[in-house]
Design a protein around this ligand. Structure first.
Ligand code: PLP
Length: 216
């Protein structure tokens, strides 16, 4: 399955984040032994345990909601945090990264789905954060782009519209604030059920779990 998915992603040069939440180390190692190095988790405790017990050249991405008081547990090793949804959280990630004398890659998470259970910023929220004085002093984070989750629905028109919305948010921010910043380039969108649509709409990074590991 990994090979098939990678073949699909190769043409668009989309990055695969293998979402290993709830899956045991042996399943992760199967994919690791096939060459996969980027894995995503949505819970801090599980991420820490897996980091400690699996090969150190895995790039761990935190994709789920992150509480401010838990950033310290992952700041020494996490490669990328997809779920920045407040200024406070961004500040905390910067602070903990600084303590560890490193820089952490982050994505701004946007609320693009209709369901109101989803976390995420609006474009206005993001602009307020980015244009604040504090923001320019955050030296230990690297803003690499945006992330979003589409509605869980069979309505592909709606899902497509939500992905298009995230793409346009990305382009707006890129043009307004990050035009000279090459590292602002990622659009993290697409999961097992909708990654093909996401790629059609410009995803650069898909987060795929159940299709790789089986249902949870
Ligand atoms: C679980 C999860 C995924 C992967 O979902 P699948 O449907 O299993 O591919 C992607 N993104 C986030 C934020 C998740 O929590």
């Amino acid at each position: 399955m990994l090979k098939n998915i990678l073949a699909e992603l190769s043409e668009s040069k989309t990055t695969l984040v293998a979402v290993s939440k709830t899956k045991p180390n042996e399943k992760i190692l199967d994919l690791y032994n096939d060459g996969q190095r980027i894995f995503g988790e949505n819970r801090v405790q599980e991420l820490v345990t897996k980091y400690e017990t699996l090969p150190k050249d895995i790039a761990w991405h935190l994709i789920g909601h992150l509480q401010n008081n838990k950033v310290k547990y992952i700041a020494s090793f996490v490669e990328m945090i997809h779920s920045i949804d407040s200024k406070k959280l961004l500040n905390e990630v910067n602070k903990q990264a600084a303590k560890n004398d490193r820089s952490i890659k982050v994505l701004l998470q946007f609320k693009i789905a209709e369901e109101d259970t989803k976390y995420g910023l609006t474009l206005e929220d993001a602009k307020t954060i980015i244009s604040s004085d504090e923001f320019s002093n955050l030296k230990n984070i690297e803003i690499c782009g945006v992330m979003g989750m589409a509605s869980f629905t069979d309505n592909t028109d709606q899902v497509r519209k939500e992905f298009q919305n995230l793409k346009s948010i990305f382009e707006n921010l890129k043009e307004t604030y990050f035009s000279d910043q090459e590292s602002f380039k990622e659009i993290s969108m697409g999961m097992s059920g909708d990654y093909k649509l996401a790629i059609e709409e410009g995803s650069t990074m898909v987060r795929i779990g159940s299709l790789l590991f089986g249902s949870r």
